[in-house]
Design a protein around this ligand. Structure first.
Ligand code: FE2
Length: 142
């Protein structure tokens, strides 16, 4: 067994669509925000279909990882949520230009571990659900 075996798949054939919508972390790059012109990554769970938020059933945490342009994997940060807190996290980046991909994990205390990733291309175009071979090999992506 490998770590990737405990992460829920994005593949529609392997997971119920409603369950997926409520659990998959959605990543968004917020570039040069406001007057400060800082760069951020926002990770939200249940953006399109609200996840339950009770003591018995809630998103406990989100973790954000990135791969640099030199292919080093780094942990950007993690946020823990108490029941009643929206699973919505914003991470400020010191140097967005050094990263090429971001990976998020979200943990539901009932339904387990979910993932998503985005790739930042030269033009900063984003692709949800990274399907690159290297992502797949490391257990991220689809
Ligand atoms: Fe859940």
């Amino acid at each position: 067994m490998e770590f990737k075996d405990i992460i829920k798949p994005l593949d529609a054939n392997k997971a119920d669509d409603k369950l997926k919508e409520k659990h998959i972390p959605i990543l968004k790059v917020i570039e040069k925000h406001g007057n400060s012109k800082k760069d951020y990554i926002r990770v939200v769970v249940g953006k399109n279909a609200k996840h339950p938020n009770t003591l018995e059933h809630h998103i406990e945490w989100i973790e954000l990882y990135a791969r640099t342009k030199t292919l080093n994997t780094v942990k950007i940060g993690s946020v823990k949520f108490a029941p009643g807190t929206e699973p919505d996290a914003v991470f400020r980046l010191v140097n967005l230009g050094k990263y090429r991909e971001f990976f998020a994990l979200a943990y539901c205390n009932v339904h387990g571990l979910w993932q998503n990733c985005i790739e930042i291309r030269k033009e900063l175009r984003l692709t949800a659900g990274c399907r690159r071979e290297k992502c797949l090999q490391e257990g991220f992506g689809v």
